[in-house]
Design a protein around this ligand. Sequence first.
Ligand code: ADP
Ligand code: MG
Ligand code: MG
Length: 893
Amino acid sequence: MEKAGEKYVYDFSEGHKDLKQLLGGKGANLAEMTRMGLPVPAGFTVTTSACQAYLATGSNPPGLAAEIDEHLAALESAMGRRLGDASDPLLVSVRSGAAFSMPGMMETVLNVGLNDESVVGLAAQAGGNERFAWDSYRRLIQMFGKTVCDVPGDEFSNALDEAKAARGATDDLHLEAADLQALTDRYKRIFAKHTGHEFPQDPREQMRLAMEAVFRSWNAERAVLYRRQERIPADLGTAVNVVAMVFGNLGPDSGTGVAFTRDPASGAQGIYGDYLQNAQGEDVVAGIRNTIPLDDLRTLDRRSYDELLEIMATLEGHYRDLCDIEFTIERGKLWMLQTRVGKRTAGAAFRIAAQLVNEGMIDLDEALRRVSGAQLAQLMFPRFDLAEEPVALTKGIGASPGAAVGRAVFSAERAVELAAAGEQVILVRRETNPEDLAGMIAAQGILTARGGKTSHAAVVARGMGRTCVCGADQVEIAADRFTTGGRTINEGDVISVDGTTGCVYLGAVPVRPSEVVQYFEGEQTDSVLVDAVHKLMSHADTTRALAVRTNADTAADAARARRFGAEGIGLCRTEHMFLGDRRELVERLILAATPTERADALAALLPLQRADFVDLFRAMDGLPVTVRLIDPPLHEFLPSLEELAVNVAVARERGEDHAEDAQLLDAVRRMHEQNPMLGLRGVRLGLVIPGLFAMQVRAITEAAVQLAREGLDPHPEIMVPLVGAVQELETVRRECEQIVTEVVADSGVHVLIGTMIEVPRAALTAGQIAEAADFFSFGTNDLTQMGWGFSRDDVEGAFFWRYLELGIFGISPFESIDRDGVGRLIRIATEEGRAVRPGLKLGVCGEHGGDPESVHFFHEVGLDYVSCSPFRVPVARLEAGRAAITAGESDSR
Ligand code: ADP
Ligand code: MG
Ligand code: MG
């Protein structure tokens, strides 16, 4: 809301580039260029807070009109022309410009100030160039009609096409003054027909209406949707820029263009851009006429070209980054109309950052700020090789990265059927819902016509690592085919889906492995991108405070993670050590009627598990390995209740011997639980089944001792899951310590004993638990489930889309740590644990350990390490480095 005496209007000479929140990106950078002495047409910016006030009250805040009058008068006197003057009019553009560029926002209206009288004055001003004057006037009515008054744009472009057809002309340039004057009349009639009133002749009225339309476009449907997707706050508002017009449509010595200081795709330095002679603004990007490469401007207008190059170099030096630029040349005079730090691909972000370091423009810290873990993750996916120029079918929103190829199917059932038959499939749906889940699991990729990055399809696909493109709204989907751009894709036709770019192609596009992954794997690669990644990763490694470990259960995973830079294992699950051909032993263990039977089963399991640990510790030699004692509900290791019941019933019917199965069935029934995840699992299991934890601890310690005797350097850490009370941990710890002391003897092996913090009660009693723990590892998956009281498998596909839509959370709390709730539990446990035991080692082993935003949080809290899946290790290393640099900066995320 407005504050008393707040200033709403800033002249370009008053602002600067750091005022983006107030002046919007465009306004702040126009002001910056003005301050730098670059040729920017005079103008002023109406602030985002004026927009906020307008949107809150429905009318302009008091004082705004007077301020605009004042700045307009200054503009008029600077230009020596008056808005609406019949003989020598000043024209302006009215341009939207928020702090973030946003699709769906109102576009620009050029040539504001023209009317039936001043159009004549404009022609005179341009040395009798009537064609130019009428061209400008008809453009005003067209843009104003379309963007301010919602007149369908087609009506204008159809009228233009008819005028060209009547002349036998292919290009607007072949229309003459009289044609354009007639077209202007036609446009006015179209305007009146749709709006019910004449095109406004009062220039101040034109300006006011255009400005208010810009304000209102902040809440246009597409803009709202985009903000929600990109998590941009809804209350920022947009600024409005009023800029004196310069004219690129005055003849062949005029024109308009766009340029980049570097190739935004590759990051290579050079002159990239397009130019259009005798044209105004949006013609370049609208693709109405063929542009020429910027390089050709050199021969057309050497002086402007040289000046432009000089300005581009100045801007790069000033912003110390790739800039993109919009410019216009009016009769050989160059004008700068916009600049900003340009958008770029993930690969270019790394290359540009590294290049700027090499050129001495920025230091390594700054380079690290300019790349992100999300970009690195993108570079680690295989990519489509587009060299053969595949047929592009459509483009949607890249919702979950990856390159998926498969046959199009239109129902979850068909996806499951074809996948079962060994086919790769892409599930194509208008939108997905929980009933599609099986099909989504079976598919290589998912394509939807509706919904954005927070739709059901997007959330679920990201959760399970499936490639997904959603919101491809040109796609029309029927029961067994889809059509787009005049093509029909039938069930079974092969398509290729790029979850990074959102592009969908016909046929099987070849997939290339990621060179960045090849680099992490230690393969020799000769590439500029890899050099850049190497440079920034090395810097992140020297900067970060957080260590990065991996979650790995096998020696092979451990070895790969180590190549990716893991500094130990933060979570080794032992579940798999009880499965496969060992299942039978586990059954015997559970069903043991006597202590001897139980001891026999455990004794048989011991050497098998010890061998597993030997492999694992060998792969992680010299680094810590945290082994979690068995965690899941016991019935997961038993045969299915239904199956057994059927077997027993059938055998009984046939009079066959079923004593063993019946006994097993009894046991399985006894152990059946309503809510297994909240049942007999984790430490509870260890306390109930005598000898189970002891066997694991013995296997771990014996493995470590064996390796130490071989001369290796194992660092085992034993982790007790699901502890909620210190008494649980104390009981287990006493048992463990006895075995450890006995086995270790004089081997020199040192074994830590700690616990997971994943039950809210554990976090809240961390001070007590720390008395019995050498380390804590936050199990953020369970902590999130138990903190919110929902099970991930059940809820993510069921209602998260609705919660995201309602803004209850901005992102799934399983994707990124919920700072306020779950994060607070982590803070409490950290503070209270360390207060009791200052050297307490703290880590995270939930999936959040590899999520960029969460890594920043864990750095802030002061944990010692994060642990994540092998593939996320490089992402965590990079983000941990960035977190160390950006901690405390407001725009760190
Ligand atoms: P967008 O945000 O879509 O880039 P702009 O406000 O930058 O919209 O306007 C689009 C184009 O209109 C500019 O690139 C420029 O070519 C033209 N334009 C805007 N203002 C002026 C002006 N004052 N004089 C001449 N051309 C202008
Ligand atoms: Mg622009
Ligand atoms: Mg857990």
